[in-house]
Design a binder for this molecule. Structure first.
Ligand code: GRF
Length: 194
């Protein structure tokens, strides 16, 4: 499977996924990074790992349709067949959704459907839940709403600071995302053989 990873920020999940590909834990090829913030640290990670990237400024396009059209061209150029969102801070529009039906997944730092959208960790702390977690799901037109693939729970301890909770969540994500993708791709592969 040739994957494109979409990210907007630091890219620690990008790093975990590409490392899992390198060491064989995840049987996939990271063919392309797509980044909507040209200055983001994830671009440096891609450069260091020798992975091609397409970094673009959404503001330099008139519409989402236009920049997603441009993304599609890049995905075709790198023969991408699956999209992995990892901290991509933007809703996917119909242009990409239609072209990659059932082939876009996202990771979200809460037990969906609780705390969708921005700052899920802050929302969970604010609400005072004792249990939060990580959700991996298929992407549809909504905000963190598609069918759930896998979830992992994480306990919030009484004296967890925001930083501590974020660290716990990231640690889980970095092994959980590659593992879940590997399962997904092997099931898809078997289905294709049958
Ligand atoms: C992760 O917590 C992910 O769940 C959320 O955005 C964060 C991205 O972190 N969607 P990073 O850029 O991979 O470090």
């Amino acid at each position: 499977t040739r994957i494109a990873i979409f990210a907007s920020g630091s890219g620690s999940n990008f790093q975990a996924i590409t490392e899992a590909c390198r060491n064989g834990l995840l049987e996939a090829t990271p063919a392309l990074l797509v980044c909507d913030r040209p200055g983001a640290y994830v671009v440096e990670r891609a450069t260091a790992a020798d992975i091609p990237y397409f970094a673009f400024a959404p503001k330099s396009y008139q519409t989402k349709e236009e920049f997603e059209g441009h993304i599609l061209q890049e995905l075709a150029r790198y023969e991408v067949d699956f999209i992995v969102l990892a901290g991509y801070m933007r809703l996917i529009g119909p242009t990409l959704l239609n072209a990659f039906k059932g082939r876009i997944v996202n990771i979200h730092p809460s037990l969906l459907p609780a705390f969708p959208g921005l700052d899920a960790v802050g929302q969970a702390l604010e609400y005072g839940v004792k249990l939060t977690g990580v959700t991996i799901h298929f992407v549809d037109e909504g905000m963190d709403t598609g069918p759930i693939i896998a979830q992992q729970a994480i306990e919030i301890c009484p004296d967890d600071t925001r930083e501590m909770l974020e660290k716990k969540i990231h640690e889980v994500e970095h092994s959980f995302y590659p593992q879940t993708l590997q399962q997904l791709f092997s099931v898809k592969g078997e289905a294709a053989i049958r």
